[in-house]
Design a binder for this molecule. Structure first.
Ligand code: 5GP
Ligand code: ZN
Length: 115
């Protein structure tokens, strides 16, 4: 755990969140400032700051994040209509929390390109 990291604190239950899914390696919770009817963040329990910090051994956890986002979309009934999954990396792309998180957004039409 990184003591300065907000999402490590959510993983440790030091800060409350609306938990959507949990297993040994992952946590998914509702975004506090949702940008769509479904806006869930899927995070590894282990602290990884950005996609640029991934090591080859992290390939399985990244796969699990993506597969879990798709499973949550299916559970919410938004998969067929379409959903968006996003990793923001570094400040210029909008990353504000430096613990990797996959945004799952859906339940409304999505536009392209994103801003
Ligand atoms: P980023 O901008 O780093 O890609 O995404 C960070 C996300 O975390 C934002 O969508 C923001 O609304 C969300 N967020 C920030 N603080 C909290 C919090 O304390 N709890 C929850 N559940 N989400 C948060
Ligand atoms: Zn962290």
């Amino acid at each position: 755990m990184n003591d300065a990291c907000l999402f490590c604190k959510i993983v440790a239950r030091a800060i409350p969140a609306s938990i959507v899914y949990e297993d040994e390696r992952l946590l998914a919770f509702d975004d506090i400032n949702p940008q769509a009817p479904t806006h869930v963040l899927v995070v590894p329990k282990r602290h990884i700051a950005t996609l640029s910090d991934l090591a080859p051994g992290d390939d399985p956890i990244v796969g699990e994040l993506v597969r879990r986002a798709a499973a949550i979309a299916a559970d919410r009934g938004i998969a067929a209509g379409g959903f968006r999954t996003v990793f923001n990396t570094n400040r210029g792309a909008g990353q504000t929390v430096f613990h990797i998180h996959l945004h799952l957004l859906g339940g409304r039409p999505m536009h392209w390109p994103p801003g």
